[in-house]
Write a protein that binds this ligand. Structure first.
Ligand code: FE2
Length: 412
């Protein structure tokens, strides 16, 4: 009798175990079909297009985006749905898949709700909303951050909290410029997964425009980094595609340089790029910049072009401390030293500390430093361009404003 009971108990245990294993496999299958690391970027004209990148663990996935006008989607089975397909490639040396799509032919100044997936029922992402740029976008704000550079999930929670505060203070921000060093080790895909997961709420809505850092391109290789972003393919000859590019948003021309390789060839491209823009404002973003916490002489040649073409602002990273230069021209301070720079007297160079867990000891003050400190707190900047005025405001993650200056394209 007892033996029979034991057998029945064992059978019940086995049954539960088998059910559990089936359930686990079902859960894993459900999970593996879901897109992750979803991020939107500008690729073509921000008024009429928007690009997207995401990862999946699902073999032979299609890359599909569905979108419709408006801020909600009651149903995805209507003739209002517009569908775009893109490319799927295997992520370098992993069992993951990279999906990239660009939605084109969109209406300016219009909100769209979208989702991405493979087309299979359970493959769709959550829905999110993005807004195309208006025709005359002469008043807008963007957020600047640098060096999120984490390893663990907790590290990237700090980056997520930084963006949460940035959008609490600048809810109108139209996009983010990230000055490089997204993760500590670009080959550790888990780091990228955390990076996008902790910022999901923001980077599914507003473009995250990347700059290449020395932790993004390592020993001449940048494949994991560039696999995560779908950016303009208009960069310098000899640069890894996706590590140098430029784009226009409203009245501003943005040039994204790569301080990690191909410096000489980029100088030629930079000249052509700055020569060819007719936008009233020019902002350059680079990881290791010429006038940060200290000077970086390798890219000093670029400053002559910034002078020649009247670049307004250079956003930098790498130093993990805060620094802001006086307006500089020809390597010298110009202007009256006040916090308003009139009529392109010189270029201002900024490093907005770091948006992650790592802070460096503050370097020695240099002659060009107007503001220079280490507060050991994640920071971000909100930059508003409104007609002839650019206003730069830097905050820490607690919401304290720590620096502010203005650039004006008008004489006193
Ligand atoms: Fe860094």
């Amino acid at each position: 009798m007892r033996k029979r009971k034991d057998v029945m108990a064992l059978a019940a245990c086995c049954f539960v175990l088998v059910l559990g294993l089936i359930g686990l496999e079902w859960f894993k299958a459900e999970k593996s079909i879901k897109p992750y690391a979803i991020v939107t970027t500008f690729k073509g004209d921000p008024q009429r297009s928007r690009a997207f990148t995401w990862y999946s663990n699902h073999a032979q996935d299609e890359a599909i985006i569905q979108l419709m006008e408006g801020k909600t989607a009651d149903s995805w089975n209507t003739d209002k749905v517009i569908t775009f397909t893109g490319t799927t490639t295997t992520a370098n040396g992993t069992k993951r898949f990279v999906h990239k799509v660009e939605a084109t032919g969109l209406k300016p100044g219009t909100a769209y709700t979208y989702r991405v997936g493979s087309g299979e029922d359970k493959s769709w992402s959550d829905a999110a909303v993005f807004q195309t740029a208006s025709i005359d976008q002469n008043d807008f704000t963007f957020i600047n951050v640098a060096d999120s550079q984490g390893v663990t999930e907790q590290d990237f929670e700090l980056w997520g909290a930084t963006l949460n505060k940035a959008f609490a203070i600048f809810p109108e921000a139209a996009f983010i410029v990230h000055n490089g060093d997204f993760t500590e080790n670009p080959k550790d895909e888990q780091g990228w997964t955390y990076l996008f997961a902790k910022a999901k709420k923001w980077v599914m809505q507003v473009p995250l425009m990347p700059v290449t850092g020395n932790h993004d391109e390592v020993d001449g290789g940048a494949e994991p980094f560039i696999s995560h972003f779908n950016v303009p393919d208009n960069g310098a000859d000899g640069s890894i595609a996706g590590t140098t590019y430029s784009y226009d948003y409203g009245s501003v021309h943005f040039t994204m340089l790569n301080s990690e390789s191909n410096i000489k060839e980029q100088t030629k491209w930079l000249k052509q790029d700055l020569e060819s823009t007719d936008k009233p404002w020019t902002i350059v973003a680079v990881h290791q910049g010429p006038y940060g916490g200290n000077t970086y002489k390798k890219v000093k040649g670029w400053t002559e072009l910034f002078d020649e073409f009247g670049v307004d602002l250079v956003l930098q990273g790498h130093n993990h401390e805060y620094s802001r230069s006086y307006p500089l021209r020809g390597g010298e301070i110009v202007g009256n030293g006040e916090d308003t720079v009139f009529n392109l007297e010189g270029t201002v160079y900024v490093v907005t500390n770091a948006a992650g867990q790592k802070f460096n000891e503050k370097k020695d003050d240099q002659f060009y430093h107007k503001v220079h400190f280490q507060n050991d707190k994640q920071m971000f900047a909100g930059i508003r361009i409104n007609g002839d005025t650019l206003t730069f405001q830097a905050y820490d993650v607690d919401g304290n404003k720590l620096d502010e200056f203005m650039l004006k394209h008008e004489t006193i």
